[in-house]
Design a protein around this ligand. Structure first.
Ligand SMILES: Cc1cc2nc3c(=O)[nH]c(=O)nc-3n(C[C@H](O)[C@H](O)[C@H](O)COP(=O)(O)OP(=O)(O)OC[C@H]3O[C@@H](n4cnc5c(N)ncnc54)[C@H](O)[C@@H]3O)c2cc1C
Length: 392
């Protein structure tokens, strides 16, 4: 069967690409339904973009690579598409846009866009083998036990990363890149809870606090959540993408820097109160109790000199922790690393060494922060490849 363009992966990037890649497009996916990650994203409401998207919100071996696609297909372009379909949305926080009703609205919109472009979709279809004769790709796919040979001009790899294998993530994109001689930056889990071997935070499970978490000199001011196995919450998930095994992280429990002044005021007004009681008005009481021994939080607030309070605030704003590991691909929202951007055109996502071969979305070494940035990368890179193919 001869086709112009084959897209492997009916996720966010693959469906977007299919809608823009011109005529004669086939999308194959081994899952039962398209856009499964869209469906579960944002607690079922899909954080589909971020109003403040800029290249600074992405991690990549080449921080400039994402600029072209993000500039040519912006968050505003996607928002206007969502508006064209009358999908209601709202800003939750920090520019993060969510569907009012359901993530399924975004999937239906992308399916409608694919239908408009007359792109075909084969589900429960797996890729058996791929070869290239110098001009075209020969791709063997299998559906319900039947093998079909596809003769393809453009091959787009949109099969995502390795995160959440139980949802169908395979990492096949890295194998295809390697097969055609493209370098791959070692993938690892990102936006993932961090774990501690000694279960020291188990008694604090469920406690949350606004903090600043720093990993590798990059800081995030958001909430931290203690879990049975370690730390989670947006601040920790964000920092996890900058953290490497064996390294420490710093947690600032006084991100606004107002604790010292507040404690001095308490000393004036509530001098007889225990230091732990007063601290418990600014930091969750269970956490204060946990830190009691480590920071010798004894006596009343009136007993504390300025020097003692200042030393305490210093410790609370630079709590050094050494995670043992992360929860891994089982729960990671994204995969860092991937197809080396040096091997791709930033304008078209096409492999420099193999005309007709494209990589888009999460399988490329471009990873967004938490907050809608990863979908925006999927839309922008999918659109960029689609445009280039339509013009080819
Ligand atoms: C729980 C969770 C919540 C998330 N929430 C958000 C959010 O709210 N906002 C945000 O911006 N990002 C979010 N993300 C990240 C976002 O989902 C991904 O970055 C995005 O889906 C990547 O798009 P993609 O098209 O590259 O890959 P995917 O959407 O993962 O699509 C890849 C497709 O390829 C298919 N595939 C894989 N291997 C094969 C194979 N061997 N053969 C055939 N098909 C194959 C898969 O079945 C899948 O349909 C979330 C991720 C998770 C796990």
């Amino acid at each position: 069967m001869k086709i112009e363009t084959l897209i492997i992966g009916a996720g966010a990037a693959g469906m977007m690409c299919a809608a823009h890649a011109g005529p004669d497009v086939l999308v194959v996916d081994h899952a039962k339904a398209p856009g499964e990650k869209i469906r579960i994203s944002g607690g079922g409401r899909c954080n589909f973009t971020n109003m403040h998207t800029s290249p600074q919100n992405f991690i990549s071996g080449n921080p400039h690579f994402c600029k072209s696609a993000l500039k040519r297909y912006t968050q505003w372009d996607f928002i206007s598409l969502v508006d064209d379909y009358g999908i209601p949305w709202h800003e939750k926080t920090l520019g993060q846009l969510f569907c009012d009703v359901s993530a399924k609205d975004i999937i239906a919109m992308l399916r409608a866009e694919m239908d408009k472009a007359k792109a075909q979709l084969w589900l429960q279809t797996s890729v058996e083998s791929i070869s290239h004769d110098g001009e075209r790709f020969a791709v063997s796919v299998s559906k319900e036990g039947r093998t079909t040979q596809l003769d393809v001009k453009n091959l787009v790899v949109a099969c995502g990363g390795k995160s959440i294998p139980k949802m169908g993530a395979t990492g096949i994109g890295y194998q295809i890149a390697t097969q055609f001689g493209l370098p791959v930056i070692t993938p690892h889990p990102g936006l993932v809870p961090l774990t501690f071997s000694d279960e020291k935070f188990k008694p604090l499970a469920g406690v949350a606090a606004p903090v600043r978490v720093t990993a590798n000199e990059t800081s995030f001011d958001e909430a931290l959540l203690f879990t049975h196995r370690g730390l989670s919450g947006p601040a920790v998930l964000q920092a996890s993408s900058y953290w490497h095994e064996g390294e420490g992280i710093t947690v600032n429990l006084d991100p606004s820097g107002t604790l010292m002044a507040a404690l001095q005021t308490h000393r004036q007004t509530d001098g007889r109160k225990a230091l732990t009681t007063v601290l418990g008005q600014h930091i969750p009481a269970r956490l204060v109790e946990h830190l009691r021994e480590e920071l010798t939080l004894d006596g009343n607030i009136a007993d504390q000199s300025d020097a003692a309070l200042s030393a305490l605030c210093e410790k609370l704003s630079s709590w050094e922790l050494r995670p043992a590991g992360s929860e891994g691909y089982r729960t990671a929202e994204v995969t860092l690393g991937g197809v080396d951007t040096d091997a791709l055109s930033s304008k078209t996502m096409e492999a420099k060494s193999m005309p007709g071969l494209y990589f888009i979305g999460e399988c490329v070494d471009v990873t967004g922060w938490l907050g809608g940035y990863n979908f925006q990368w999927a839309w922008s890179s999918g659109w960029a490849a689609g445009q280039a193919i339509a013009e080819r």
